[in-house]
Design a protein around this ligand. Structure first.
Ligand code: ZN
Ligand code: ZN
Length: 140
């Protein structure tokens, strides 16, 4: 894992963040909503404790993609930055790995929402694949 603090931000640099505690987990997400939100066929998250996160420049705009879910992005350049869910992950802020300054140091550990994946996406790793979330298998 990368050295602390972990830092990152959006494409234009208006929004910057800093994480002062080790990440809780890293995972690919194959869910349909993330695909729409990012425009990418799969995304990858780094989970952080919200109390270890500071925004050091700018402020996120947010969009409630489901009840209790906030997706954060830069209102200037549109870069998706964060995901927060009161129901699935209270107290956590999930960052898209590609917004970190050093994403190479944050490899994925598992897949979530694998049942929603694009069938043509060929990922041949041997990481664990969870049909929905890794926490509550029946809570899609
Ligand atoms: Zn920006
Ligand atoms: Zn997702």
């Amino acid at each position: 894992m990368s050295e602390l603090p972990l830092e990152g931000g959006c494409l234009c640099g208006a929004v910057r963040y800093r994480i002062d505690a080790p990440p809780l987990w890293t995972a690919y997400c194959h869910c349909t909503t993330c695909r729409h939100s990012t425009g990418a066929p799969v995304t990858m998250f780094v989970g952080a404790r919200t109390d270890s996160v500071r925004f050091t420049a700018g402020e996120r705009a947010t969009y409630a993609s489901s009840p209790g879910v906030r997706r954060g992005f830069c209102a200037r350049c549109g870069t998706p930055l964060t995901y927060e869910s009161e129901r699935l992950a209270p107290g956590e802020t999930h960052f898209y790995v590609s917004t970190f300054d050093e994403p190479h140091a944050l490899p994925p550990a598992f897949h979530v929402f694998y049942r929603e994946r694009l069938e043509w996406l060929d990922i041949s790793d041997s990481l664990p694949r969870h049909a929905t979330t890794s926490r509550r298998p029946d809570d899609g």
